[in-house]
Design a protein around this ligand. Sequence first.
Ligand SMILES: Cc1ncc(COP(=O)(O)O)c(C=O)c1O
Length: 376
Amino acid sequence: VIEPGDFGPFDGRTWLNCAHQGPLPRVAVEAAERALALKVAPSRLSEEEFARVPRDLRGVLGRLLGVPAHEVVLGNSTTHGLHLLARGLPLRAGDEVLLVDGDFPATVVPWLPLRDRGVRVRLLRPGARPLSAHELAAAITPATRVFCASWVFSFFGDAVDVDALGAVCRERGVLFVVNGAQAVGVRPLDVSTAPIDAVVGCGFKWLCGPYGTGFAWVRPDVLETLEYEQAYWLAQLPDDDLSRRLDYSLRDDLGAAAFDVFGTANFNNFLPWTASVEYLLGHGIEAIAAHVDALVERLLAALDGSDVEVLSPREGSARSSLVVLSHRDASRNAGLHERLAIEGIDVALREGNLRLSPHLYNGEDDIDAALAVLAA
Ligand SMILES: Cc1ncc(COP(=O)(O)O)c(C=O)c1O
């Protein structure tokens, strides 16, 4: 149950574009105000609190993903995690990385420079969306080392079957890297049981955090194989003790924290993000997913037989919190987008289609407001 005032105010507008930016809940706004206050008068910022910023964030992200905190890499984007994997996994000339054609650029471009090393980067074109386990199995060759895909596709709104694709990867000895940017926070995930080797994501969409936040989890035995050297003085400090800096020895016990983005005590961003994730966990991701799915159901049911076609999956596990629509006459989509905006309803126009993406702060009245414009 969302209490009035938990989010917003939204200036009287209806925000149906979480796939672009998730709004900060009130608790995160308060945390951000506290973060600013620490910097106004730095005496308020104790060294203990400085050290606690990354620790607390790692803790809530671990709870979110179902892993111990020390397995979480703190980042500033989805790309931070994907870049770590693309640069760090021991890929050699002749090895192959499989991706999905039509995936969001963030999932694709970090792998492309590997071509200069002689790594083959191949884009699979699904017959019908989303890519099936069968198609993936047929595409894997003895050279395939990695398969990387978005869980939910930004432009098509389809969710891949993580369990089925992951099972194929396990069977064939291929690492499965999942971009959860459009899913984590609105779809439950327990990486301790999911057949995945890594999941990355950002904080500023479905996790309702500030921009410039992200995370990665890499299965510990895979993390150990990463050939990515980073030595950050703050991570190296013994016991987070800021008073002991003249010790240049390198620790080898950092685990995932060895790959954190620099500036890990980023209190401006990480204090509010921690509050956002705690808030979402307090509601329960299962409950949030059910709420959002009911809104999606309401939207799709009302569009049945209308002039607005649903391009994203209409049912089953391939359906997501991103609903992609097009008027039968697609040239009218830009006009519809503008009309919705005039009526105070913010949705995205992506690749010529309308994309509506509700989250926990939306209600049936928001869906009905959009429908009123779409139906007219
Ligand atoms: C699937 C997907 N991945 C990643 C991102 C953002 O990437 P980053 O966090 O690196 O800016 C987006 C943003 O739209 C996205 O849709």
